[in-house]
Design a protein around this ligand. Structure first.
Ligand code: TXE
Length: 474
């Protein structure tokens, strides 16, 4: 009997390296090798950038209508390979197929590709009088480097790639060393319809490869999502090549629950705000401030939701929570929980690893009775753990929410939308949600303030960020 391969194994076979030369990539849940990623050398960055540079002019000259059509065709190709991509993503990244996870992420790739295909950046007439005329238009920048993380590797790659291609740039993609195979597979699928050289991957576990790409003299723009430390290095590199930058550096988003919120009504949305992708999400709810009058009810309702959400291997149907993607992240989460307990935190639910599920699993956790100043509150945990802080005066909660360097997202929870908006207006974050957290729309710009980075993605603003402005005056 010939061996029957699953759809993701067929897709993987298209991109993976020879085991003799490639790097073994583990299944995040089981630790078993799922495939081998190519290990490219620094010199291959130069080859990739040269290919992208050589293809850029012709791609630009195709014009918006043709590029839009090709982006729709690329979306169709992703759609046609959706299950294979989702299964590979689930194994490599760890997120379950079900829930707002792997299938959802691949679906978002299709949505954001189509949005980039249909969004139009119109010329803007600035002055139009008898004597003066000035128009602002946008054109391609050149070659864009798309450097991505391991938490939402496919969706974030598309956020970087799709607008860049739409505007006539070519792209060199550098996936995280933790999730190279699913991104390579995505690029391979997109390249079923894109002309050669328009989208070129570089894959390596050597962080110098990313550094070389960001600093390359022929890179005109770097789209980066990752840690603040690496973001700083990219800013330094840009002093030489003057590459334009969009930096999405994660956050430590606060949520404020006002006294008039209905604990039962908000519990499930609070849960997903914090625990989507098992907490490994840049704009997840990472610290929750709850008014003392409803504090216990909110904790009870939230803990009830946590208890009924299944955690386990991503390919097993029904699971909606998975492992931490890698051992280093598991250690960060475990250390923060241990420290929070030592500093008076009360574990309401979870609070420990789940070794029976696998080495990288940590139970979904709520820890109450914490204050600002505890590391779990002040630092980005990036895992399935939500610290809860009780407050008496909303002024204190606002001061706490604004008190850290991070400023990606925030949320306000209340039965009174007007009151919630008044609090929202005082929070310093790129996006403030009301009665939800982290919900994104392809037409609504997204980006951070303070140390969460700069630059906007999505919609018309996203197209502007991968284009160079040109004013024709007279
Ligand atoms: O990120 P890095 P890592 C947070 C999370 C996590 C921490 C580290 O708290 O614990 O970041 O994650 C490439 N020039 N977030 O180590 O190091 C690297 O190869 C150019 C938040 O994965 O920032 C990878 O492709 N590129 C985040 C990418 O940068 C370089 C999502 C990100 O790696 C480089 C994930 C260099 N000098 C983790 N060095 C978010 N914003 O949501 C490395 N890279």
């Amino acid at each position: 009997m010939p061996e029957v391969k699953s759809v993701d194994e067929v897709l993987l076979a298209r991109v993976q390296a020879d085991p003799a030369t490639g790097r073994a990539i583990p299944d995040a849940a089981t630790g078993e090798t799922i495939g081998y990623a190519p290990e490219q050398a620094i010199v291959e960055v130069d080859v990739a950038v040269a290919a992208a540079k050589a293809a850029q002019r012709e791609w630009d000259e195709l014009g918006h209508a043709v590029r839009s059509k090709l982006l729709h065709a690329a979306a169709d190709a992703v759609d046609a390979n959706a299950e294979a991509l989702a299964r590979l993503l689930s194994r490599e990244q760890g997120k379950p197929l079900d829930g707002p996870n792997a299938r959802f992420e691949v679906g978002a790739c299709v949505t954001w590709l189509r949005s980039a295909a249909t969004t139009v950046l119109e010329p803007q007439v600035l002055i139009d009088s008898d004597t003066d005329h000035a128009v602002l238009t946008y054109r391609a920048l050149g070659v864009v480097a798309a450097i991505g993380p391991w938490n939402w590797p496919l969706m974030i790659a598309i956020w970087q790639i799709a607008p860049a291609l739409r505007m006539g740039n070519t792209v060199v993609v550098k996936p995280s060393e933790y999730t190279p195979l699913s991104v390579l597979a995505l690029v391979d699928v997109l390249n079923e319809v894109l002309p050669p050289g328009v989208l070129v991957p570089v894959v390596s576990s050597d962080r110098e490869v990313g550094a070389r790409l960001a600093a390359h003299p022929d890179i005109d723009k770097v789209m980066f999502t990752g840690s603040t430390a690496t973001g700083r290095r990219i800013v330094e590199a840009s002093s030489a090549n003057l590459a334009r930058l969009t930096l999405e550096l994660g956050g430590n988003d606060a949520g404020i629950v006002l006294p008039d919120a209905d604990p039962k009504a908000i519990a499930e949305d609070l849960f997903w705000g914090a625990f989507i992708n098992t907490g490994q999400t840049c704009a997840a709810l990472k610290r929750l401030y709850v008014h003392e009058s409803i504090h216990d009810e909110v904790i009870d309702a939230l803990a009830g939701v946590v208890r009924r959400m299944p955690m386990g291997c991503g390919l097993d149907p029904g699971n909606v929570l998975g492992p931490l993607q890698n051992a280093a992240q598991f250690d960060i989460v475990a250390r923060l929980v241990e420290d929070a307990e030592a500093r008076g935190g009360r574990v309401v639910v979870g609070g420990e690893p789940a070794p029976e599920l696998g080495a990288n699993f940590f139970r979904a956790t709520i820890i109450a009775d914490l204050t600002d100043g505890v590391a779990l509150v002040d630092q980005e945990q990036f895992g399935p753990v939500l610290p809860v802080v009780r407050y008496t005066d909303v002024e204190d909660a606002i001061a706490s929410a604004n008190g850290l360097d991070a400023g990606l997202g925030a949320s306000v929870w209340s039965s009174d939308r007007v009151a919630a908006r008044a609090v929202a207006a005082r929070l310093r974050a790129g996006t403030v949600w009301i009665n939800s957290h982290g919900t994104l729309h392809p037409e609504v710009p997204f980006g951070g303030v303070k140390k969460s980075g700069y630059g906007l993605e999505f919609g018309v603003e996203g197209l502007k960020s991968v284009a160079e402005p040109r004013i024709v005056s007279g």
